[in-house]
Design a protein around this ligand. Sequence first.
Ligand code: TXA
Ligand code: MG
Length: 349
Amino acid sequence: MTARHQPPEHDASGVSASILPAGPHAAAQAARVLRAGGLVALPTETVYGLGADAACDLAVARIYEAKGRPSFNPLIAHVADLAAAQVHGVFNADALALARAFWPGPLTLVVPAAPGCAVSLLARAGLDTLALRVPDHPAAQEILRAFGGPVAAPSANRSGRVSPTQAAHVAADLADRIDLIVDAGACEVGVESTIVACLGAAARMLRPGGIARADIERALGRPLAADVVAGHQESGPLAPGMLASHYAPRARVRLDARSVAPDEAALDFAGALAQGEQGAQGEHAAQSLRLDLSPAGDLREAAAHLFDFLRRLDQPGVRAIAVAPIPRAGLGEAINDRLARAAAPRLEA
Ligand code: TXA
Ligand code: MG
């Protein structure tokens, strides 16, 4: 292992992060912060990531500290291209087929660690496998190339909160805990990457995400192995980040709603709840706090809006967020997965 352990110079605690617009200056600055063991929030096409030098245990420890995340939870290592990924992970035929089909893009591959793997054991939570992703975002690519090594990055939110799809979301959660936020506007995909484990004979989906199941299966030329329900197998959590109550706003979340109570906000889809409200009651509640993920019923648009709208509806005084039924096809699988987690009983008080 070539993981580094030297104490980083940086300590962001108590100082507010600088926010720089994406570009060559921001990338150079981000690379400097990463080399010094600091934390950089970087835009990707899925959600904003909270990046640190994946080879440096102390830098990775800062991620867990800033997020308040349980440290058994392994992180995704982000690299610039497939060649860089193959330095750290062993790619079987499935992994190669998927990488060639979808990288750069919203796909994470879990593969065995290579002998030369530089990703720290802390970032891997002690596992002999690792999660790798090549993001498809010019700012992320610019930062990865300027830095030159793998960047460990979970979503840039406090643990258990909704993932950030805008720099302002990151600042709201983490500004006083990190060094730099690189701002490239809203994330295009809006839900996290699809995670597929390529560890043995059968490729397996660990988390639905920005690439639909059907597209993965088309690239593989066969169906994925049986599902890991909510990231759990009988043996325990396979993707430990898939805790039931992830992605939770403060307000309760009520799924498959057909109507909206006066003390609820509405997360609508294709106008379903708006139509329900045109009847007798509740006009003002619905109209003052109702956001439609996609009035046209487009699941891509809905995914891109999901986390931002959950944040915007999560207002003081809102008891619950009523969510319209959302089809499960395509990106609907990832949207429904995130909503089910947002609605699950909370681990903390
Ligand atoms: O789109 C994304 O994937 C975003 C952006 C920033 O790239 N990242 C993200 O990271 O969602 P995070 O840390 O929130 O989720 C990573 C998931 C967790 O569920 C974790 O358990 C799983 O990946 N994971 C990481 N390494 C793993 C491994 N070796 N085996 C199984 N699951 C792993
Ligand atoms: Mg996350």
